[in-house]
Design a protein around this ligand. Structure first.
Ligand code: G3I
Length: 320
């Protein structure tokens, strides 16, 4: 029986990953050792987003992303690039600016070409466009790219990313696609149209931010996600966590373990090439801050990087 996630995942033909930060890798040897031992794929939680990589006009800063490229290489891991076009953590000098469509296209072109070229060979997959549709199934008009360019910013971003690195896998990444409804339908239409138009989209990223209270029907979720896979897209789970409604109890930790085993089984059923968590230790997770303390303890390791029941359950699910 495998003792680490990456060993079990290799045998299962899938990568297991997590988001992380160069700052924590440098600051905490236990964090770094757990990361390298358990996972074979990483993604930057924040530092490879446009806000940090294009802080001023004419200046790019890839210092932190380069650290992750080096860490991934040193430990035989793949690096997911996250993310080129999103409505949050955008290029600061573009956020509320009044550029013309032509100017905005030039800025997006420069950002995508420069970034993807820089990380050529070091990044395995890019989340080219993140969360372009709303929960109600409309366009995410909050995005500065949508506001300044219109919905075809999506086509352009994918085409330019492919031009900059023809080898890298290009993903549309979003949350809430697991359950049938207006959002999943809209995203499905979006990727189908992109493919019909010959836009180089290679994969679909299911973020998988589903709390322990999100009970769902396994058959229904598989049926829904299969619609994306059946377009011929590579499937990855990209930001999984499972916040526990507070307070956390031993019973809830066991339920979480069971649920995680189910999600791994779903990923394997879909032939997912990676299952990536949005963090690995409960000491570092966006969940408690974002939910104002209502959800916590959503990951596989406790605050001291000791494996929780969910870790064992995931190992077993990978070995089945
Ligand atoms: O950089 C500032 C720092 O200067 C300041 O001292 C500190 C004080 O709070 O804030 C820092 O910025 C924070 C940033 O993360 C970097 O740590 C922002 O406040 C905070 O809002 C931001 O949150 C990130 C969030 O994306 C932004 O929407 C989370 O860490 C990150 O986990 C989260 O990740 C997203 C994925 O990219 C896309 N899918 C959803 C997922 C969860 O929201």
């Amino acid at each position: 029986m495998a003792t680490t996630l990456r060993e079990a995942a290799t045998r299962a033909g899938m990568r297991v990953g997590t988001c992380c930060t160069p700052k924590m890798i440098e600051a905490d040897p236990v964090y770094a050792a757990t990361l390298a031992r358990e996972f074979d794929c990483i993604v930057a939680e924040n530092c490879m987003k446009p806000k940090y990589q294009a802080p001023e006009r004419g200046r790019f800063d890839f210092t932190e992303g380069d650290k992750l490229v080096a860490f991934a290489r040193a430990h035989g891991m793949k690096l997911r690039g996250h993310t080129l076009a999103w409505h949050t953590q955008v290029i600061p000098w573009v956020a509320d600016a009044a550029f013309t469509r032509t100017e905005a296209l030039e800025i997006l072109h420069e950002y995508v070409m420069t970034t993807v070229s820089h990380f050529r060979g070091g990044v395995w997959c890019w989340d080219v466009v993140n969360e372009a549709v709303t929960d109600e199934g409309g366009w995410r008009i909050k995005s500065p790219w949508f506001r300044l360019i219109g919905p075809d910013y999506i086509d352009h971003a994918f085409r330019w990313a492919h031009e900059a690195d023809p080898e890298v896998r290009l993903f549309y990444n979003d949350y809430g696609l697991e359950l049938p409804g207006p959002k999943a339908n809209r995203a499905l239409r979006l990727v189908r149209t992109l493919l019909d138009d010959g836009v180089p989209v290679h994969g679909i990223g299911f973020q998988g931010h589903l709390g322990l209270d999100n009970r769902f029907d396994r058959a229904q979720i598989i049926a829904n996600l299969r619609c994306f896979r059946d377009l011929g897209l590579e499937v990855q789970f990209t930001e999984v966590d499972m916040g526990i409604p507070q307070p956390t109890t031993p019973e809830k930790l066991e339920q979480q373990a069971e649920e995680y085993a189910t999600r791994i089984a779903i990923a394997r059923d879909l032939g997912a090439t990676a299952f990536v968590w949005w963090g690995f230790t409960d000491a570092h997770s966006w969940l408690p801050t974002f939910t104002k303390g209502q959800f916590d303890d959503g990951l596989l390791f406790d605050r001291d990087c000791r494996p929780k029941p969910a870790h064992g359950a995931v190992l077993r699910a990978l070995e089945q």
